[in-house]
Design a protein. Structure first.
Length: 635
């Protein structure tokens, strides 16, 4: 039985060597494949070369790169030697890179390209421990004195050195012995949080943290098999995509690298024809918005049919869930009444639903390919409207929950028998939802989510003080998230404890559900709800410019693309939209209504307003839009 991720990988490579482990794009845009046997050989060669550079058990190795095939080879090679990698994408600010590499005293660091190389070289005087930089791109600029005392080597050259070294049987045997010496409690990675409210915190994750999930996750996502293809679009340096890649390896399946960009993603879905895709809610929000936007250019008849069949599908799906008891039970339900109420509508709507599936929904599903089983969504809960839309038309989304400190998975909606709006805690993980006094709450009541299990982090690197604030002596992790139990034992996330807004009148509310509801509008791309210590709520609204322009054309209203946020007609449209969505008839309390809003003319960007997981960086947004926010609450 394996204890470390590299030991697992080599077990799989020995039995499934001919299967593809990676699919990557060449310069001409075609996909090439790497087999498990080929990657295993590459990893051993890299490990030999890294060992020759002084990487050893306990070393910390920087890994600054976005998704690419070299990332996985580098990761497995580092871990094979008993070292830990310190990953980051290529979007961090220089001070973050300096803090991460200096804190971990990394002597060796992989960088993706020339831009990252020069970023690190400019910080060389702040990184006294750093000796060697390895550039993944095939082209390395001529540096000369620019590199100073640092050694700069290309990934291909390093790999070639490793292949020569692995020809020495004694060297190869030593590297393999190090791999077999690895133990489950060793630190595999130190992932630094974004640090928007202070210095980044380094989350130490062990091989056990990851390995446990490789057994627990497939119990909820039943039907994983060798040879299945997963489309990879999320940043691999983050723990969600990383655990997905380890799950893929553990099942002898294939990682196909793509990007979360509409045109690229849709094209790659057609070529790869994946069985699964890891994603964040924003990707599915964009897909749903794209479906509706596509309908705008159709004839009145087609639009009417689409609208009719979407309503039929939603009603049929709801009644079917009632009949089979697949409704989230935040309140107790009477099964007999649910069955009686739903049986006739379900039977009557079934023929119409099948017709809608043939005429409309099959075309949407075809965009995902003929093999698609499910999308696994993490990095934030799916908005209810998005969740219900895709479930209604027959596309299965598995909502997941976790955080970096839990490596990251705490719960997932099961592939078979899952209930919309809820998730199930992993087998072997304990969870509690407690009130402010630490008492367990009843189903349907909000409380703070605490978790304990084999996936919970070892702690924050060199910060026992911060570790003690979130991790109790008996192993309970304070997630900082609010959650609710159902009466059947599933749970749902209800917001962030630290994001709770308290109005000046004492009313408490969660901004996330309001923001998610706003983003269901075809005219709104992003929304940030504000109002801490204020009399009312305000919101920053990022327009869906493409849809706004279509609306103005339909109404024959002249406009300039860069002046949309300033137009009275657009402000009136958004005001009506917000009033229609955030209203009492949709279950929002009067103090949850948006009183004022400000339109922003530019989309939020990853690394600026958004984290790598595409979550709102509220602290940064408050700083960047200080003027706009002040106007929202000016008397």
């Amino acid at each position: 039985m394996y204890q470390t991720i590299p030991q697992l990988f080599y077990q799989i490579a020995r039995t499934h060597g001919a299967l593809a482990v990676q699919m990557y794009k060449t310069k001409n845009g075609n996909f090439n494949a790497v087999t498990y046997a080929e990657l295993a050989s590459e990893v051993e060669s890299l490990a030999c070369a890294l060992s020759n550079l002084g990487v050893r058990r306990g070393s910390r190795v920087g890994l600054i790169s976005d998704n690419r095939k070299e990332w996985l080879a580098s990761d497995l090679a580092i871990l094979s030697l008993g070292a830990a990698d310190v990953p980051r994408g290529r979007d961090p600010m220089p001070y973050e890179v300096s803090f991460i590499l200096s804190t971990t005293e990394a002597e060796v660091c992989f960088v993706e390209n020339e831009g990252q190389l020069k970023k690190v070289l400019a910080l060389a005087d702040q990184l006294p421990a750093l000796k060697t930089l390895i550039v993944m791109d095939s082209e390395i600029p001529t540096l000369g004195s620019e590199a100073g005392s640092l050694s700069v080597i290309g990934f291909r050259d390093l790999l070639e050195q490793g292949r020569r070294l692995s020809g020495d049987s004694a060297k190869l045997a030593a590297v393999r012995a190090e791999r077999e010496r690895g133990s489950s409690d060793e630190v595999a990675t130190i992932i630094f949080t974004s640090g928007t409210t202070g210095d980044p915190k380094g989350v130490m994750l062990t091989h056990t943290n990851f390995a446990y999930q490789l057994v627990a996750v497939p119990k909820l996502i039943d039907g994983l098999e060798p040879g299945q293809r997963w489309l990879s679009v999320l940043p691999v340096w983050h723990s969600f995509e990383r655990i997905l890649q380890y799950v893929i390896i553990s099942q002898a399946s294939t990682i196909a690298y793509s990007k979360p960009l509409g045109s690229v993603l849709l094209a790659d879905l057609g070529v790869v024809n994946p069985h699964f895709m890891g994603s964040v809610p924003r990707i599915w929000e964009a897909v749903r918005a794209g479906v509706y936007a596509n309908m705008k250019g159709k004839s009145a008849t087609v639009k009417a049919l689409f609208s009719f069949f979407v309503k039929v599908a939603a009603s049929y799906s709801h009644n079917k869930d009632l009949f089979f008891g697949k409704i989230a039970t935040f309140k107790k339900r009477n099964r007999f009444l649910d069955v009686v109420r739903s049986a006739v509508p379900m039977v009557l709507l079934h023929p119409l639903y099948k017709l809608g599936d043939r005429l409309v929904f099959s075309q949407v599903k075809a965009k995902l390919g003929t093999s698609f089983i499910a999308g696994v969504s993490g990095g934030g809960s799916l908005p209810e409207g998005v969740d219900l839309f895709f479930a209604s038309i027959g596309i299965k989304l598995l909502d997941g929950y976790g955080l970096t400190e839990s490596a990251p998975v705490v719960g997932v909606r099961p592939l078979i028998g899952g209930v919309k709006r809820t998730m199930t805690v992993l087998d072997g993980t304990e969870a509690r939802i407690v009130d402010e006094e630490g008492r367990d709450v009843k189903p349907g009541e909000k409380g703070l989510l605490l978790v304990r299990g084999p996936q919970v982090m070892k702690g924050y690197y060199k910060r026992p003080d911060l570790t003690a604030k979130v991790l109790s002596s008996d192993g309970w992790l304070d997630t900082g998230d609010l959650a609710m139990w159902t009466h059947k034992g599933e749970f749902a996330i209800a917001g962030r404890a630290k994001d709770t807004i308290v109005l000046s009148g004492g009313e408490n509310l969660e901004p996330v559900p309001i923001e998610a509801k706003l983003c269901e509008s075809e005219y709104i791309e992003s929304a940030v709800v504000l109002g801490q210590d204020k009399r009312y709520l305000g919101a920053l609204i990022v327009l869906n410019k493409a849809r706004i322009e279509e609306y103005l054309k339909e109404k024959e209203i002249p406009y300039l693309s860069d002046k949309l946020a300033q137009m009275a007609e657009v402000k009136a449209l958004i005001e009506k939209t917000i009033g229609d969505i955030i209203s009492s008839k949709h279950g929002f309390k009067s103090f949850e209504h948006i009183v004022r809003f400000s339109l922003l003319g530019k989309s939020f960007e990853v690394g600026r307003e958004l984290s790598a997981k595409q979550e709102l960086k509220r602290f940064e947004i408050n700083r960047l839009y200080e003027g706009e926010i002040a106007e929202l609450f000016a008397s």
